[in-house]
Design a protein around this ligand. Structure first.
Ligand code: CA
Length: 229
């Protein structure tokens, strides 16, 4: 069963473009040209994700999102906003927005974000809290790790990076995926930020941070967590 994405957008060209591109990616795509129809469709069809234009005639995107939440719909929402448009991001986040994309946007970028959000949503249930990497025991929800009797405090992002890498153990995770999945919409860090966090993490979890055995760099690709040999 393909996942379903609902696009609510009053600009016909954008709506059509999104529909075609998202369908090309293999998703089932539903469309609505205004907020009321979008809301009704969302409640009826229970899509896996909603792409919601902020500025809609009548009921705007924020109102649609608020109403969805009020009716108990937990579906991830990506807002489309216009460049230079005053958007109350804080209010949007409180309403449960998962991401923002500014128009004009690159479809590739939007598709990448949609994929990341869907993966995150699918992974929430299976999100491991406690796991081991070699002799390191991690409690990602408590932001702590332990090796033998040594307790290690982790920062929130450090814990989330470890959780993500451990979830995809043995696989290379790109900096971009780490940014999308760990930072999401909270901030706009750069690839460099990821590298800096990895350095800090290694100082905490590796016996010899200069010669890492758990958190490995794959040059030109990203990072991975491995079981030490
Ligand atoms: Ca609009």
């Amino acid at each position: 069963m393909p996942q379903t994405i609902l696009v609510v957008e009053d600009e016909a060209d954008i709506l059509r473009g999104l529909r075609d591109n998202l369908a090309y990616e293999g998703w089932r795509v539903l469309t609505a040209g205004d907020g009321e129809k979008g809301l009704a469709l969302a409640m009826k069809e229970k899509p896996d994700l909603v792409i919601l234009d902020w500025m809609l005639p009548g009921m705007d995107g924020l109102a649609v999102c608020r109403e969805l939440r009020a009716r108990g719909a937990q579906v991830p929402v990506v807002f489309l906003t216009a460049r230079g448009q005053e958007v109350d991001r804080v209010l949007g986040l409180e309403m449960g927005a998962d991401d923002y994309v500014t128009k004009p946007f690159s479809v590739r970028e939007l598709v990448a974000r949609v994929k990341a959000i869907l993966r995150r949503a699918a992974g929430t249930a299976a999100r491991p809290a406690k796991f081991a990497i070699g002799d390191l025991e991690v409690d990602a929800d408590a932001f702590t790790a332990k090796r033998g009797k040594k307790n290690i405090d982790l920062g929130r992002y450090e814990a989330e990076i470890l959780r993500l890498l451990a979830q995809r153990r043995g696989q290379v995770v790109s900096r971009n995926d780490i940014l999308n999945e760990v930072w999401g919409v909270d901030a706009y860090p750069t690839d460099r930020t990821v590298d800096n966090y990895i350095v800090k993490l290694r100082q905490k979890i590796e016996k010899d941070p200069k010669n890492p055995k758990l958190l490995i760099t794959v040059h030109g690709a990203g990072y991975k967590v491995v079981e030490p040999a």
